[in-house]
Design a protein around this ligand. Structure first.
Ligand SMILES: Cc1ncc(COP(=O)(O)O)c(C=O)c1O
Length: 405
């Protein structure tokens, strides 16, 4: 192994913690390589293929030679499709100059934080949260402020909690509904409770992460902050992307709409880092947003069936309580009833990381422990896999829990 001087790497790196999920995925890979029958419930992406019309649009773009640099923040055709989508689905009016396109939703959120964070700036992040939010804030030089939204409130932050977390230094609230990792969605009425608080604090802006907008079940109706409270329009950055709903995770297209000076600042960051998102993917995303949307209902019916299956099977496991989420493709069961018990192999379950590691080692089921998302004792299951895998994995979890003593 070669070595590098201690002071060679950036001090910025010291602010970011190593991904807590890596330990579990490394162990899963090791066990798999050793021939163990491992079922992964960790995937953050749909197991469906990208719809054919969208693939065809990508192929047509290649054939037509649309393979050169584009405008840094996206082609006009895609920006127009995004504006039309925001009007159609969210009743939000934007023009192309208020829109920017990046390499996935992740780059969009990162650009927004890089473009706005100064030392001391605080960002409120309801926990459990998507793992990247706090570390992106830290990388950008800000301070993440986690607000624990537990199982009692359906993993949703209350207006009183938001009010209590706001300080003069608060710059953003990052708002994600339906949520990764819980699948919890805020109704318009619940969201109004939060936006009312924000109206009293004009220095706080909202960064929405609407990535799971279309993946909702039963009669849940998606709502986004600027739609629910138009008075927040001037301080809301509405972020979204095609990755999850259109099964396009590998194409890497995300976007945001918001105040023009902020969008221009985000473009500046992107212009000196990655430049434009992949040209071919942008043309495919135009088709995703403008083309037929009927496959969404077909995919959601599959996700709904799997959600019901997993919720029911996990609630039948001793010591586990699994709330029924409104959307996304995750469940976030609580394992309070397993803590303090001992596994057949002799491991005492002291926290959710120990639970997830023992579950993997003793049954071959790979899940992500709750501490990674800032709320314990829980674990996250992604049900974006086959019914057969889900039934087998949940059966193993039931057997594992029943054997705890
Ligand atoms: C809540 C949330 N936001 C953003 C992203 C990033 O999406 P993309 O793959 O478009 O970068 C993810 C992906 O896991 C996510 O779960």
């Amino acid at each position: 192994m070669s070595s590098i001087p201690d002071d060679f790497l950036s001090k910025t790196l010291a602010r970011v913690k190593p991904s807590p999920t890596i330990a579990v995925s490394n162990l899963a890979a090791e066990l798999k390589a050793a021939g163990k029958d491992v079922i992964g419930l960790g995937a953050g992406e749909p197991d469906f293929d990208t719809p054919q019309n969208i693939k065809d649009a990508g192929i047509a773009a290649i054939t037509a030679g649309k393979t050169k640099y584009t405008a840094v923040d996206g082609i006009a055709e895609l920006k127009s499709a995004i504006c039309a989508k925001l009007k159609r689905d969210n009743n939000l009016s934007y023009v192309n100059a208020q829109v920017t396109v990046g390499t996935g939703g992740k780059q969009i959120l990162y650009n927004a934080l890089m473009a706005t964070m100064n030392a001391g700036d605080e960002v409120i992040i309801p926990a459990p949260y998507w793992v990247s939010y706090p570390d992106m804030v830290l990388l950008a030089g800000g301070t993440p402020v986690a607000v624990e939204a537990g199982i009692e409130t359906g993993f949703k932050m209350t207006p009183a909690q938001l009010e209590a977390a706001i300080t003069p230094k608060t710059k953003w609230l990052i708002f994600n509904s339906p949520s990764n990792p819980t699948g919890a969605g805020y109704t318009a009425a619940e969201l109004k409770g939060l936006t009312d608080v924000l109206l009293r604090h004009p220095h706080v802006w909202v960064m929405t992460d609407d990535m799971y907008e279309h993946l909702v079940f039963d009669d849940f109706k998606f709502a986004t902050p600027a739609e629910v409270e138009p008075k927040l329009y001037a301080r809301t950055l509405t972020c979204n992307g095609v990755s999850k709903a259109y099964a396009m995770t590998g194409w890497r297209i995300g976007y945001a709409a918001g105040p023009q000076p902020l969008i221009a600042a985000m473009r500046k960051i992107q212009s000196q880092s990655t430049s434009n998102p992949c040209s071919v993917s942008q043309w495919a995303a135009v088709e995703a947003l403008n083309g037929p949307q009927d496959f969404l209902a077909v995919n959601n019916a599959t996700f709904l069936r799997r959600r019901n299956l997993v919720v029911e099977m996990l609630n039948s496991a001793t010591g586990i309580t699994c709330p029924t989420p409104d959307g996304a493709f995750y469940v976030y069961p609580n394992i309070a009833g397993c803590l303090g018990k001992t596994t057949p192999a002799g491991t005492k379950i002291t926290d959710d990381q120990v639970f997830a590691t023992a579950l993997l080692e003793e049954t071959g089921v790979a899940v992500v422990f709750g501490a990674a998302f800032g709320l314990s004792p829980n674990f996250r299951v992604s049900y974006a896999t086959s019914d057969t895998n889900l039934i087998e994995a949940c059966t193993r979890i039931q057997t594992f829990c029943a054997a705890l003593s």
